[in-house]
Write a protein that binds this ligand. Structure first.
Ligand SMILES: *[C@@H]1O[C@H](CO)[C@@H](O)[C@H](O)[C@H]1NC(C)=O
Ligand SMILES: *[C@@H]1O[C@H](CO)[C@@H](O)[C@H](O)[C@H]1NC(C)=O
Ligand SMILES: *[C@@H]1O[C@H](CO)[C@@H](O)[C@H](O)[C@H]1NC(C)=O
Ligand SMILES: *[C@@H]1O[C@H](CO)[C@@H](O)[C@H](O)[C@H]1NC(C)=O
Ligand SMILES: *[C@@H]1O[C@H](CO)[C@@H](O)[C@H](O)[C@H]1NC(C)=O
Ligand SMILES: *[C@@H]1O[C@H](CO)[C@@H](O)[C@H](O)[C@H]1NC(C)=O
Length: 532
């Protein structure tokens, strides 16, 4: 009820502002706010010069978000139309379905930003949620661009670009408001560490926590014997929707669960408790490469895919067994905000762990793969994890190139990045055997930029010998090399030597290391419970 009320206010503000004709010149505060945009003239033009004067920064932000919501509604209708008329063309169907889903998530994050974050003045939440909304919109748009052979799709791409511009502007304004408050004169387009820009950090408290030990199962899943469910998905389906303060704990007893599991947006605060890595195993083999024309996307290939916020898992293995020649084959994909994954194992080859969006904490996990095997556009912090390169099945003696991460930040205003703290990066015993037999043909890099503003840092990690002295590799030519931020600090092992690092990577200045703490980067102090 409260949320419906605030959306109504937002729309009234939007319409009354956009139809007010008191002034024919754009008020200076709008001009100032549009300095937060990456494209100030389009931003200014979109305000139609029909604005009352003397708006506060927050009122301008509400209004900017109102414009985005209005556009989003149009885009949602357009992609539904595409879906309706796409029968018989699997590629268009897949792209449109992905858009419908992504724009729904985007709508949810818009509403949350208005009704919750802005209402409470929690700008870090607003930035996280708007970053995610923007990511879904980009995802939709890039999918449509691949199936752009009808005018309906081409028109929708134009609409999406306009929506993305509005959302990007709004995010830029929220970021500036967070940093400068009402001093609109100081607002400017989002900058990154690469330009020497560091935000003030909040707090200095160490956050120690994880999945609470005190949790008791609400339901149990087992392969043999008596328990509530045989399949994990059935237990997920049995959870009440939209839990806010309660949790729903699913104990998944030891066993091999061969199933595809989906935790939809309404299933919030779900917890998977297993009996241990390698004991409770959820397994699948969907993949992009070996299933040509089946319409399986990287996103949909996940064995376990989570969207509902507040997801936790402990003591579980999740794997994708499609094999090393199957291209993208995700084991675990998560878009869950405030998610905690502890003592879990993720096994795969290419694209094992799809850390898609929002704030996620991985503690004491084991993550195995070979190409881009930790990827996505989340704000994810990995602590005390074992990151292991697995051998490819085919001709390991010929050598190969492996990449640990492929972060996908698209815009500099997005508050996303991958942080690795006190992790070990090494090969499996089998991989290291072939590595040592001929080190020069086995190349492993810490990361490559999936998108233009990729951000990844390694802090106090142990690098095995397999890490290439160059450290990082390009995605394609010069793409993203001037905009990404790849940082290192205090790592150990021979491969941590920065001497031969690519020039577009950075050593993090010690005074800025705290930027990447659990508390500052993902506000862990506000939502990670003490684990005792
Ligand atoms: C804006 O506010 C100031 C001070 O509150 C006031 O003097 C000025 O007349 C206002 N301008 C407009 C156009 O309302
Ligand atoms: C769908 O996309 C695939 C891969 O890009 C392509 O090989 C196939 O021909 C497309 N199918 C249709 C119906 O356009
Ligand atoms: C349409 O698709 C083709 C082929 O993927 C691409 O080269 C072209 O740039 C696309 N056009 C637009 C407007 O996205
Ligand atoms: C799950 O069980 C706990 C007690 O262990 C209880 O407090 C909680 O309300 C239950 N969750 C649901 C959704 O019923
Ligand atoms: C670093 O991680 C290892 C496990 O990989 C753990 O044993 C150790 O306690 C961690 N160190 C710190 C300082 O937390
Ligand atoms: C990496 O693995 C090799 C072989 O298993 C082992 O000898 C080495 O100590 C490991 N290095 C790190 C940094 O864990």
């Amino acid at each position: 009820m409260a949320s419906g009320f605030s959306v109504a206010i937002l729309l009234i503000l939007f319409f009354s502002l956009s139809h007010a004709k008191h002034h024919h010149h754009l008020p200076p505060e709008i001009r100032g706010a549009c300095k937060a945009s990456r494209d100030p003239s389009t931003c200014e033009a979109s305000f139609h010069h029909h604005f009352p004067s003397n708006l506060t920064a927050l009122q301008i932000i509400y209004s900017a978000l109102g414009r985005s919501s209005h556009k989003l509604t149009k885009a949602q209708a357009a992609v539904k139309d595409i879906l309706k008329s796409s029968a018989g063309n699997i590629n268009v169907t897949v792209a449109a379905r992905n858009c419908v889903e992504g724009l729904d998530y985007s709508e949810y994050r818009f509403k949350q930003t208005v009704n919750d974050a802005l209402a409470r003045g929690e700008m870090k939440d607003a930035r996280a949620w708007m970053s995610a909304a923007l990511g879904y919109q980009h995802g939709c748009s890039s999918g449509l661009k691949k199936v752009n052979d009808t005018s309906r799709v081409r028109q929708t791409i134009v609409l999406m670009e306009s929506l993305i511009g509005f959302t990007s502007d709004t995010l830029g304004m929220i970021m500036n408001y967070d940093i400068h408050g009402n001093q609109i004169a100081s607002w400017s387009p989002p900058k990154t560490e690469r330009e020497g820009f560091w935000e003030a950090v909040r707090g200095t408290r160490e956050v120690k926590g994880g999945v609470p030990w005190s949790l008791k199962p609400n339901v149990t899943v087992c392969k043999v014997g008596n328990c509530g469910y045989r399949r994990v998905q059935d237990a997920v389906n049995a959870a009440p929707n939209n839990l806010v303060s309660q949790r729903f704990v699913i104990w998944i007893k030891a066993g091999m669960y061969d199933e595809i599991v989906r935790v939809p947006m309404a299933k919030t605060n779900l917890v998977f408790l297993g009996d241990g890595m390698g004991k409770t195993v959820i397994t699948g083999s969907l993949n992009v490469g070996g299933m040509a024309n089946s319409g399986v996307t990287t996103f949909e290939s996940a064995t376990v895919g989570v969207v509902g916020d507040g997801f936790m898992a402990r003591d579980v293995t999740i794997q994708n067994t499609a094999g090393a020649d199957a291209q993208q084959a995700v084991a675990f994909r998560s878009s869950s905000d405030h998610s905690i994954i502890e003592n879990c194992e993720f096994l795969g080859n290419q694209d094992t762990l799809y850390v898609n969006s929002l704030r996620q904490y991985y503690k004491s996990c084991r993550i195995q793969g070979n190409i881009d095997f930790i990827f996505g556009n989340a704000a994810a912090l990995f602590q005390d994890c074992d990151i292991l390169v697995a051998p490819r099945i085919v001709n390991p003696e010929n050598g190969e190139t492996n990449v640990v991460t492929a972060h996908g930040r698209i815009e500099p205003g997005q508050s996303t990045g991958f942080i690795f703290h006190n992790c070990s990066i090494n090969g499996t015993a089998q991989y290291m055997k072939s590595y040592y037999s001929n080190p020069s043909v086995h190349k492993t890099f810490l990361g490559r930029p999936w998108k233009e503003y990729a951000r990844t840092v390694f802090l106090q990690c142990r690098f095995g010998d397999l890490i290439n002295p160059a450290g990082w590799m390009p995605w394609s030519g010069e793409f993203a090399l001037n905009t990404l931020y790849y940082g290192e600090f205090g790592n150990t092992g021979a491969a941590a030597n920065a001497k031969e690092r690519v020039l577009w990577s950075s050593q993090i200045p010690p005074q800025h290391v705290y930027t990447y703490s659990l508390q500052n980067f993902i506000q862990g102090d506000q939502w990670i419970p003490l684990s005792s």
